[in-house]
Write a protein that binds this ligand. Sequence first.
Ligand code: H79
Length: 442
Amino acid sequence: MKKFIASILLSLAISGALRAQGYVPTEENLQNRKEFAESRFGIFIHWGVYSMLGDGEWAMNTKPLTYDEYKHLAAGFYPSKFNAEEWASLFKEAGAKYITITSRHHDGFSMFDSKVTDYDIMDASPFKRDILKELSQACAKEGIKLNFYYSHLDWGRNDYFPLGTTGKNSGRPEGGDWNSYLNFMNAQLTELLTNYGPIGCIWFDGVWDKKGNSREELENTWKLVEQYKLIHSIQPGCMVGNNHHLPVFDGEDMQMFEKDLPGKNTSGFSGDSQVSDSLPLETCETMNHNWGYKPTDHDYKSVETLIRYLVRAASNNANLLLNIGPRPDGTIPDEAVERLREMGKWLDKNGETVYATKGGCVPEQAWGVTTQKDNTLYVHVFEHSDAILVPIKGNKLVSAVAFDNGEKVPFTQVSEGIVLSLPAAAEGTIDQIITLRFKNNL
Ligand code: H79
């Protein structure tokens, strides 16, 4: 009997393992993952007709408005000052390597020319310019990769039925054909992957709307395996990521953490996710407190906080996807522009210690964090003191220098690691970086 149970357990384990290995990424996809992981800094863009209400991207739900009340916003959406090239050049100046823009958020409005709905920028708004097309061209010119946020959840469509936990006040009829909704999404994804050049990643959000589902139920309800297959069949190199707040599913190529570093759960979204040890990681964060435009939210994080968060993300093997919420007229709030420019200046000088690095082998210390590349450890000191201990052993330290001017930093090797005598740091130093070169690769 015991043997019988053991063999059943074994076959279950094997079928689980096989299932988990169902998806085999192409070489091109693996290369994209690598480049993505090396890029370390991206810009998240939450922009849509909700921006006109100036109360974040959840406005339809939080006001609340019915879909019939909300949908008329689209007819007044005319971002007269939108200039994709200006945006792309700002992102380049900021040191970002990619952008992730809302092609369609939970309100269901498509910011691109979609033939499978009239609730899009070409048919429902007088703007009639394909925003994603203009961005794809401008980004290609600047060498910035383009990723699309795509909401699984929809608050407007009748075929989004049965409803989930949100969007219940939208005034939709009690009934609708779920399969029609799935087909609609796949048709839109096909458009997104056909008409805008190479796409770095489809960034899904919203499956959590159907609460209480097991992993298998989620996969089945949303037909994720099929959907991911479709994406990879059109663009094998395109990464799939899904902000489901759970351990990664088969067919996904990256893992994101909303408002948290990997493995942390301060925002309360990541309690059930466990950090993937093989996929590239990404942390997304707002610059103020909102994703979508909110003109009264002036509580922006300081340049120091943003840069340290970027470095801290890198030290955790994660990219930072930093959000901006453009105004309805197509301009980017001054506070955001200012911060992006400052981050760019910093990255211009210090990018070597962030781009294409891995998290350092020395975990976070009271003084700061580390990143590494080959035989080099970059020590990022946020809390200055005259001497710090870098707890690393078993590798001979060849040199220690200040990253900014190359001056030697005195060190001694003690049994706990290496003690660095730090040079004085100017008032307001955001990150005092010391470069340690070792005999062997780390
Ligand atoms: O696209 C962004 C969010 O709209 C989406 N994910 C990020 C990337 C997201 N959906 N749900 N959540 C995030 C968490 C839910 C937050 C909420 Fe609220 C708290 C919804 C209602 C209360 C924040 C505050 C949003 C509206 C009010």
